[in-house]
Design a protein around this ligand. Sequence first.
Ligand code: GSH
Length: 200
Amino acid sequence: MLRLYYAPRTRAVRVRWLLEELGLPHELIRTEFKAPDRGFSQSTPVGKIPVLEDGEVVMGESGAILEYVLERYGEGRLAPSIGDPDRAEYLQWLHWAEGTGYPPMTVAIFHTRYAGDADQRGDLLDVWRVRSREAFRFAEERIKGRTWIVGEDFTAADIMLGFTLLVGQVFGGLDDDFPGLQAYIQRLVSRPAFQRATVD
Ligand SMILES: N[C@@H](CCC(=O)N[C@@H](CS)C(=O)NCC(=O)O)C(=O)O
């Protein structure tokens, strides 16, 4: 049985969402999220959330976990296969979500939610908000005229990106200047698997 260290509204949602899309039985190890401090202090094997356990395998990194689950249990679903013309773009967006889309928001999240000194960090937060919106502008251009971020079908890249965009609505300045992304977010959150994956 797959076991997922899980806390609501964390990147663990991505993993749970994938497991729900694939209909894979799993156990949630509900973990209370602790406000970040100077260490990685979450109650999981790597000190961060999420972590997946699959027998001897214990791994962190939401994007890597999605790739692992698809390789091991996906049976060709939710990803273009190796050699498919869409494969390169799929990999780009799968990693863009955590590697480029998310990082500009971490400054705002830290100072707004945890350090509580956002009002003294105006200049810094302004710079990172601009960079965050720049990242979302790139995704907005891409989603225009498309239903999903890669190819014709929903893939794990939509799961990775979807979580980043939901955080973007709160911390990244993803507002009504991004109508394509807003409509895309609506398509994502109306998926039954997303709704099952976000039941607290
Ligand atoms: N790149 C990692 C990031 C993991 C991560 O930072 N998770 C957050 C929750 S969404 C966390 O555990 N934060 C606590 C901390 O950094 O101390 C992933 O995609 O899994």
